[in-house]
Design a protein around this ligand. Structure first.
Ligand code: HPA
Length: 271
């Protein structure tokens, strides 16, 4: 694996991706405006990067965009890899490890998630304060490479306190409602049943999604501070559940994108 990380990093360095400071992972329907804000962009499609997972139909647009934003060197992933697509946990988290190898000091993550909290509504945002991992595998399973991080990484605070504090204060200034809560990660690809949503509420989750946690585990393993924001795309009320599909999720995410982008740009400026 170390060899693969090296090969991917060397390739990207050779294409002008030099000393990025901030890594950004953009979730479903959440990246278009953000990427447009990047100045002097260098775009590299996942397909052309050694050892990046082979792109599926879903990823024909998947790319890394490098450039500057608010004077900071940014590397953004437009489109991420999910476990439900059939990749291994190590494959879907490889880009995060490569970003760290290239020099990234902080990781900003976004995702689309189902809203489990009855006090909130779809279309709003949630800052992830903590998570529950219900995914059936772990990117840190297997041989541990001490050069990357410890065998048993601490998870007492997986989301960086100071970035979260900054985001809360930026949201207040911009008059954006930013809920705060617990994200539960599931494998998918199916959405949940009413009984499953009821269960997820009972165990203390506020939002449910199929991504993010593997990336956060790998980031914490490497002592890479990270933060994550969910765009709540559907209300998961077990007593009044409406059918949902991807196109509705993408439509609601697109509506939340503008607020989310304002928060991310505000944070990048403040870092
Ligand atoms: N469940 C799981 N993942 C999701 C959902 C959901 O309801 N909405 C968006 N991503």
């Amino acid at each position: 694996m170390l060899h693969e990380l090296q090969a991917a990093s060397t390739h990207l360095l050779g294409h002008g991706i030099v000393e990025p400071e901030i890594g950004v992972i953009l979730g479903t329907g959440l990246g278009n405006r953000f990427v447009k804000e990047i100045k002097n962009p260098i775009t590299i499609h996942y397909n052309s990067i050694p050892h990046f997972p082979i792109a599926t139909v879903e990823h024909h647009k998947g790319k890394l965009v490098y450039g500057t934003l608010k004077g900071k060197k940014i590397i953004a992933m437009q489109g991420r890899f999910h476990y439900y697509e059939g990749y291994s946990m190590q494959q879907i988290t490889l880009p995060v490890r490569v970003m760290k190898m290239l020099g990234v000091k902080r990781l900003l993550i976004s995702n689309a998630a189902g809203n489990l909290n009855p006090k909130w509504k779809k279309g709003q945002l949630m800052l992830i304060d903590d998570h529950i991992n219900l995914q059936p595998d772990n990117p840190l399973r297997g041989e541990n490479f001490e050069v990357l991080g410890p065998r048993f990484p601490d998870m007492s605070r997986p989301y960086d306190k100071s970035m979260n504090k900054k985001l809360t204060s930026i949201a207040r200034k911009l008059d954006i409602k930013l809920n705060e809560g617990v994200y539960v990660g599931v494998m998918g690809p199916n959405l949940e049943t009413r009984a499953e949503y009821r269960f997820l509420r009972m165990i203390g989750a506020d939002a449910v999604g199929m991504s993010t946690i593997p990336e956060v585990l790998v980031a914490n393993h490497m002592s890479l501070p990270c933060c994550a924001i969910s765009a709540l795309t559907d209300d998961c009320d077990p007593d009044d559940l409406k059918p949902t599909n991807l196109s509705e999720i993408v439509t609601v995410a697109a509506k939340a994108e503008s607020k989310l982008t304002d928060l991310l740009i505000g944070l990048i400026k403040a870092l």
